[in-house]
Write a protein that binds this ligand. Structure first.
Ligand code: ATP
Ligand code: MG
Length: 463
């Protein structure tokens, strides 16, 4: 339910008001617009403030500058400058329309206009096409406020036309629906499915950003259930999961339905606070099932090596989408290890920590907990009789905590000897061999074959 306007009026932050007042004092018109208005009406936590104005960006720059407000030219081709007040950025954009789109992604021409209503018309969804002014109140020509009350994502104007102008809007619709827990209005939904192919013309990097936005809402399960035609174009590797029959006594659901349940379950197990890595891993963990599928003579399905192949597929697709390296590496490790056998022993926990530390130095403890949540979610999304494993995982998590509290040895740096010791005892030359020997010692300590004691480790090197 949208909040009363009265509450919104008190909410426009002073630093943004000073920008709006400066523009209006110089005779221009200015409004707060877009995401801030939407989120303020929803009572959602504060959001960057965007201002839309009748002033040409050059005039906006001049006026703000003369009021002592710092301005950066952040997107002047689109009429945008960014004012910085008290360290806070406020985007100021000239009222504009986009004249025509010939390639589904870039307006051929940005045309500045002098009517705010024209500017609101070019915005994507009704809930994003409202303007607010502390005295003039809410300007809502497309019924955005009603749609906030109804919980609907509705395109401004003809949805097919809007999605064919800019196919990225297709993914934006899914992202906003996930983030706000809204439904997509039926005509808009019909156009989403029809226009999703337009995403093929959108830069991978922009698709990656939107997709990451969807995953980070924690509601990607909803998107898998309702927007597969869109996700399947954005990430073609996900398409084969649809209705893929696992032919396995361990699985009551096809791969897509299973994946969806795992995505939902990681949120349940983490109180809706799953890490970004865990969210991505839940989405990707079985991505290679269709390509590794084999059937034995009884007709039962197997997916040998699917974690290993999946880790590779996942890495490649995340790289294609230009997602950050420090996200890709841990996600790849989680996918790789999701079927890795763990038990509530020190050895098993140290081995798990060592594997993560090797792939993602310094991040092993967090990732080990993520792995246990992923395994829990996986267990409750198969057949009922496998779900009990989730309880075993509670014991395993306890073992992990205990091991960490005890200061477990799982990194090379935890060893009681170092590279210089290896060189002086064995006489080998500095180089990669030293690292290999240390790695061997670490494995022996992690496996419990040697204690992490200097004398013992040095003695083992002498043999
Ligand atoms: P958030 O930043 O929280 O994701 P937002 O509403 O601020 O939400 P932005 O991507 O920052 O979203 O865009 C700001 C505003 O610009 C939107 O509210 C919308 O009015 C408009 N907008 C952004 N991208 C598009 C687009 N592709 N097509 C049409 N309008 C858009
Ligand atoms: Mg924004």
């Amino acid at each position: 339910m949208a909040r009363a306007l009265r509450d919104v009026a008190y909410g426009v932050p002073d630093y943004a008001l000073s920008v709006l007042r400066a523009l209006e004092a110089a005779g221009f018109e200015a409004w707060v617009v877009g995401g801030w208005v939407r989120d303020a009406l929803l009572g959602a936590p504060c959001h960057d403030v965007d201002i839309t104005t009748s002033a040409h960006w050059r005039d906006a720059e001049r006026v703000l500058d003369s009021c002592g407000i710092a301005v950066r030219e952040t997107g002047t081709a689109h009429g945008t400058v960014t004012a910085i007040v008290g360290g806070k950025p406020v985007e100021v954009t000239t009222y504009r329309v986009e004249s025509s789109y010939t390639d589904h992604r870039h307006p051929d021409d940005v045309v500045f206009v002098d009517d705010v209503r024209e500017d609101l018309k070019r915005r994507d969804f009704t809930i994003n096409a409202m303007a607010y002014h502390p005295e003039r109140g809410l300007l809502d020509p497309h019924g955005g406020r009603d749609d906030l009350d109804l919980g609907l994502i509705r395109a401004v104007g003809d949805p097919r036309l809007r999605f064919s102008e800019d196919a990225l809007r297709v993914l934006r619709a899914v992202r906003f629906a996930c983030r706000l827990g809204f439904d997509v209005e039926p005509r808009t939904q019909e156009a989403l499915a029809r226009c999703a192919d337009g995403l093929e013309d959108i830069a991978n990097e922009r698709i990656g950003q939107e997709l990451d936005g969807i995953v980070c809402t924690g509601a990607v399960a909803w998107a898998l259930a309702h927007e597969m035609p869109v996700l399947g174009v954005a990430v073609p590797e996900l398409k084969p999961l649809v209705a893929f029959d696992q032919r396995s006594p361990y699985h009551a659901y096809d791969v897509l339905e299973h994946t969806m349940r795992v995505c939902r379950a990681v949120e349940e197990f983490t109180g809706g606070n799953a890490s970004r890595e865990l969210r991505w891993a839940a989405l990707m963990h079985d991505v290679a099932k269709p390509i590794t599928f084999t059937q034995d003579e009884t007709g039962r399905g197997h997916f040998f090596d699917h974690p290993k192949v999946g880790a590779r597929v996942c890495e490649l697709l995340m790289r294609r989408l230009a997602l950050p390296h420090d996200l890709i590496i841990p996600v790849r490790s989680l996918v790789r290890l999701h079927d890795h056998v763990v038990s509530p022993t020190s050895r098993s926990m140290r081995r798990t920590l060592m594997k993560f530390d090797k792939a993602c130095p310094g991040r092993a403890p967090r990732l080990a907990f993520d792995l246990l949540d992923l395994k829990r979610a996986d267990a409750v999304s198969k057949v009922d009789w496998v779900a009990g494993y989730a309880i075993e995982l509670d014991g395993i998590e306890l073992a992990l905590r205990r091991e960490l509290e005890r200061g477990a040895t799982y990194r090379m740096g935890d060893l009681a000897v170092n590279g210089s010791d290896v060189i002086s005892v064995t006489g080998i030359k500095p180089g990669p061999g030293v690292g290999l020997i240390l790695q061997g010692l670490l494995s022996a300590v992690v496996n419990g074959d040697l204690p992490n004691e200097r004398e013992e480790l040095l003695r083992s090197l002498q043999i």
